[in-house]
Design a protein around this ligand. Structure first.
Ligand code: ADE
Length: 225
């Protein structure tokens, strides 16, 4: 899978995608994450990516030309399944959306900034608008990082079998059960006996009951869905 991220601050994302699981997924050839600086697609001598809005309201709006030029350039090289715009107006990102996007071949994520982007980009170039929650960020870069991380880790082979994404919280609308590691007794704080029993059926049953109990207590809304 290839994800092209369009931003005026590629340096905000470089470190993130060069670490840990995201770096491993790319080195293994399972995911290609390409950062593009929108500024490189400006044609004026000041490399302006934003301008004052028509109508006189405050703030700056991202200009249409460099973004259109960049998207057109990418589209001339391959077919894109979705052109996503990160925006607090969009549908709220969740595990189901991540699952669906992880099955796609090529995706563009456009990071918004300032007061937004020229609305014609949303009308003519964007196929989907996604928010990562009901709060406003200064830009879409963190949203692009959050979405890309949760999509890429679902690609088969990115996680090992033991870490399988299938056992994640939310995959079946249940929170994950508690996990523990050695030592089994730390200052008298003990790991539940069942996990040391070696009886897999009992362990599976305990984990399911824990998931259910934690979901009822912490996220009852998930059980109603
Ligand atoms: N840009 C600003 N706020 C955002 C949010 N909550 N989700 C996605 N993109 C954003």
């Amino acid at each position: 899978m290839r994800i092209d991220i369009l931003t005026v601050f590629p340096e905000m994302l470089e470190g993130f995608f060069n670490c840990s699981m995201m770096a491993r997924a790319q080195k293994a050839g399972l995911a290609e994450i390409c950062l593009h600086d929108i500024r490189d697609y400006t044609t004026d001598k000041h490399h302006k990516t934003d301008d004052y809005p028509f109508g006189g309201c405050a703030g700056l709006v991202m200009k249409i030309e460099p973004i259109d030029r960049l998207i057109t350039d990418l589209k001339s090289q391959r077919h894109y399944d979705e052109v996503i715009y990160t925006s607090p107006d969009g549908e709220t990102f969740n595990q189901q959306i991540a699952n669906g996007l992880s099955l796609l071949e090529n995706v563009i994520i456009l990071c918004g900034h300032y007061k937004g982007i020229d609305y014609r980009i949303r009308e003519h170039l964007i196929t989907r608008e996604i928010s990562i929650g009901d709060y406003v960020l200064t830009g879409g870069e963190l949203a692009a990082a959050v979405m890309t991380d949760s999509i890429v880790r679902l690609i088969p082979g990115v996680l090992s079998d033991e870490q399988s994404a299938l056992s994640d919280s939310f995959q079946d609308n249940l929170l994950a059960p508690p996990v523990y590691t050695r030592p089994a007794d730390y200052k008298g704080w003990k790991v539940p006996d069942v996990l040391l029993s070696g009886n897999q059926a009992l362990i599976d049953d305990w984990e399911f009951k824990q998931s259910l109990e934690r979901t009822k207590r912490l996220r009852p809304d998930l059980l109603k869905e």
